[in-house]
Unconditional design. Structure first.
Length: 76
């Protein structure tokens, strides 16, 4: 993910995305710098751009998306 991916988000959305991803990574014992952490960040940005506007909704959508992602790619 690059900074260009964050351009469509305003400051409050960027804060929400980073907070939700940090919480997800902590809960799942995944370093945010790892492959799964980067996938979680990219997924959360996409979800926020797609209309998830509250932290609880984003966290739930990210959890669902990452469970699906787990079947697409083996865990590192």
């Amino acid at each position: 993910m690059s900074l260009q991916d964050l351009l469509p988000l305003d400051d409050s959305q960027i804060d929400m995305v980073t907070t939700v991803v940090q919480q997800w990574c902590k809960f799942h014992c995944v370093p945010i710098e790892s492959g799964r952490g980067r996938v979680a960040m990219t997924t959360a940005v996409s979800l926020a751009i797609g209309g998830e506007h509250s932290p609880p909704a984003l966290a739930e959508a990210l959890g669902r998306a990452m469970r699906i992602e787990q079947f697409k790619r083996p865990v590192e």
